[in-house]
Design a protein around this ligand. Structure first.
Ligand code: SF4
Length: 213
């Protein structure tokens, strides 16, 4: 079954209200955070960012060795791998003189293509960066979005981009809406559509295939 992504957005927005979600203090912190959050949650990322805070400038991260960086981000888990990924990302970022405004001017598809070529940046990480650091209206397909839409009854495409493009075909290209949509899905997955769902009172109850009566 295909879904009306706009109407689902409206139901969530009406129920939870605006989220005004911004998981980091700056676009640079958001980029680093989007790598740190791989295979963990933002709570652990916050602890790592606290340690990293005195170095949260591109030039300072560049000066850290991989081992020093790894020790600072220990609490995010997989810290040796993530330190290498951050360094690989910084090499790419340096090509643009660490200039976020310059990068924002790039076409969204080209920017996504470049990010995906960086070692350790997969589609979800790239899309979180595109949306929250580079202001590109893009739908982030994460485990929460998959869980919620699967339960509602959406014919989930097997490819990551199939789901993303289905949503983007229907929604207008408004940055704020994509920002809110991702945040609302995260909120919904925490409040109602948990791994063991609490369907009573759920704003999507009337349209959900897997609702518990
Ligand atoms: S009705 Fe239950 S399973 Fe369906 S979206 Fe709501 S919480 Fe999730």
């Amino acid at each position: 079954m295909q879904q009306n992504f706009q109407s689902i957005y409206e139901k969530l927005y009406e129920y939870y209200g605006p989220q005004n979600w911004w998981p980091a203090d700056s676009p640079f912190e958001m980029m680093i955070g989007s790598i740190l959050v791989q295979n963990t949650n933002w709570k652990n990322v916050d602890k790592a960012l606290l340690q990293l805070r005195p170095y949260l400038r591109p030039e300072l991260i560049e000066e850290l060795s991989i081992d020093e960086l790894a020790q600072l981000i220990r609490s995010s888990g997989y810290f040796n791998i993530k330190a290498k990924r951050i360094k690989a990302f910084m090499n790419w970022f340096k090509r643009y003189h660490y200039n976020i405004e310059e990068i924002k001017k790039m076409d969204s598809n080209q920017l996504r293509y470049e990010l995906l070529k960086v070692n350790g940046i997969g589609k979800e990480t790239a899309d979180v960066m595109l949306l929250y650091a580079f202001d590109k209206p893009i739908f982030v397909v994460d485990a929460y979005a998959r869980r919620i839409f699967y339960r509602i009854g959406y014919d989930m495409p097997t490819a990551y981009d199939g789901f993303r493009l289905d949503v983007e075909k229907q929604l207008p290209s408004h940055l704020q809406q994509y920002n809110e949509y991702h945040a609302l899905l995260v909120e919904h997955a925490k409040v109602h559509c948990k791994s063991s769902p609490i369907c009573k009172g759920c704003p999507l109850h009337s349209i959900c295939d897997q609702r518990l009566e």
